[in-house]
Design a protein around this ligand. Sequence first.
Ligand code: PEP
Ligand code: MG
Length: 576
Amino acid sequence: MIQLKGIAAAGGISIGPAYKLGSEEFIVLREAISWDDIPVQIQLFEEALIKTRREIIELQKRISLDMGQEEAQIFDAHLLVLEDRMLIEEVISRLKKEQLNVAYIFSEVLKKYISVFLKIEDEYLKERIADINDVGKRILRNLLGKEKKGLGEIKEKAIIVAHDLSPSDTVAMHTKNVAAFVTDIGGKTSHTAIMAKSLEIPAVVGLEIVTSKVNPGDVLIVDGTSGVVIINPDEETLNNYRQKLENLKGIAEKFLSVKDLAAVTTDGREVMINANIEFPDEVPSVKLHGSQGIGLYRTEFFYMNRKDSPTEEEHYQAYKYVAEEMNPHPVIIRTLDIGGDKFLSQFRIPHEMQPFLGWRAIRFCLARPDIFKLQLRAILRASVHGNLKLMYPMISGVEELKQANLLLAEAKEELRKKGMPFNDQIEVGVMIEVPSAAVTSDILAKEADFFSIGTNDLIQYSLAVDRSNEKVAYLYEPAHPAVLRLVKNIIDAAHQAKIKVAMCGEMAGDPSLALILLGLGLDEFSMPPQVIPELKYIIRAMGYKEAQELASQAMKLSTGTEVEKFAQASLAQIIK
Ligand code: PEP
Ligand code: MG
């Protein structure tokens, strides 16, 4: 039995056989061919390209039906690789020159391409490596006449073990027998982690060595809540986890029983429990889990895995759909937040030494009013179809907020001139996720309609801990007294100015810290949809006075560990 600890990316426990993805290394033999064989080899190559193209288009169609067009667009980049003239011509010219079998030549050209791309310091090109790898393997498989060994082959509920997951693998898990997945690399905010939460598949990432420790068919326990992975557990451990799983099912049912009720304390304080989404097609899950609205719609995912940028009309249609589906519940659309760990291939953001401190989010948008206003117009146009609000990410001070609002006023004027309707009174909120904004939240509160605390970033900036670096993950403490003090300061400043304050970072969905946040006076909590029933249950089980008392005790503690222990013990008392 081996136990590994990684980064908990998506909650839940799964037990099952391991399925190693990417373990299908191809052995490509080097064979001499005669001059006369060359046309046959070229024909083989062309047939493999055509077959691969057909497979990708088929996959794209299926994904489009199952998950929507946006996810299907991932494969446009794959189709482009297939049409890469340079790659095709290099294979053919080397084939003629070296007189070796085409599978061997192709695998050599592929390796060369990947090693060249690996050396280039450009995030856009780095992203392309996964695409080239993915398509290259498909072509090779077709050249060698092998059947695809992929997710489709999984007969029983299996646990995927991979070094990393390509976007197409992750998306394809949607309808497959995937019980959980574990990877060597990746952080909490990697594309893989975000997708896992959307798909509700337990996942642990950043395990560093899991692929070297697991053999196909090993039994794995994946605890996506604690980040623990156990390889070939002994009978006792297996029984413990089976018991835990049973308990979890019972607990989940208990939580689900209150999902459609209000999040109101026993002494009558009501708070809002909202959902975070990345894609419009998450709306059914949002409703299913009893959300009272959408507290964070991360719009940058709309730009990902596509060659072009969405048009104003595309933005509008997506926002209109979400607004109508959720109406009369509120939907808070966050304007584009790129940079940091989120790169979009459309905008070639230069390589930066410290991307999280660099040209990111509102800074990028203020420098590119063309892109920013296009999105603002779309949000404004969609605002007549429901209860839409908007908020800006990464505001560091009031000047930035005023500049953003000036562009919003321009966007409104542009729509007025065109006679297009919009809600002129749309509420405009500010994300508080930079320490300077947290400290000056009293100033910002005078200019904002509401606050939403982005703790994922606020924690990384205030504790100086890169949120996506597994090496310093132990320092990333939501319960750190510095974080609690900043949060308290923000809530107090908002209430002083009579505006509401929400939290949409992952901390809002942490069951034990929720008690403290409730006690500090937080008005709205926004989180991944699956966590909502549990949070409602907890809030309904306690008194507001009690929570205030807990919060004031927690504020007197000296370390994150102490706060964490105290919060967990308090929670255990409440939901005995
Ligand atoms: C945050 O920073 O807490 C947040 C909600 O935004 P994101 O995770 O998208 O940076
Ligand atoms: Mg953020």
